[in-house]
Design a binder for this molecule. Structure first.
Ligand code: MG
Length: 106
């Protein structure tokens, strides 16, 4: 089943609200997001970079790390009462307007 980003935000919040402190403090969440971003970079480096690949490091690991990164982004958005769906719409608006001629077209 495909989920919308707002459904994903609700899923994460439903899980988080079980706990006394649903979300880490804002700066801890940024640190966690940065850690997860580094884990994505680590897998990509093993897959495509010069760093020697470790045994068992596969594309599944990349999927898992991207999911971890998405989770941290959703936590930050939820804690800050941000709708990622609305933020995404504003991003698309910029891409199709302000940045419309920024890249060479096919
Ligand atoms: Mg991770």
């Amino acid at each position: 089943m495909e989920k919308t980003i707002s459904q994903m935000q609700k899923d994460v919040d439903n899980w988080a609200q079980q706990f006394e402190k649903p979300y880490f403090s804002p700066l801890s969440m940024v640190a966690t997001m940065t850690e997860e971003c580094g884990e994505v970079a680590r897998v990509m480096n093993y897959l495509y970079g010069d760093k020697k690949k470790k045994d068992g490091e596969t594309l599944k690991d990349l999927e898992d790390e991207l999911a971890d990164l998405l989770f941290t982004i959703i936590c930050i958005a939820n804690d800050q009462n941000i709708s990622l769906s609305e933020a995404h719409e504003r991003k698309l608006e910029k891409l199709y307007n302000r940045d419309n001629n920024r890249y060479k077209r096919k």
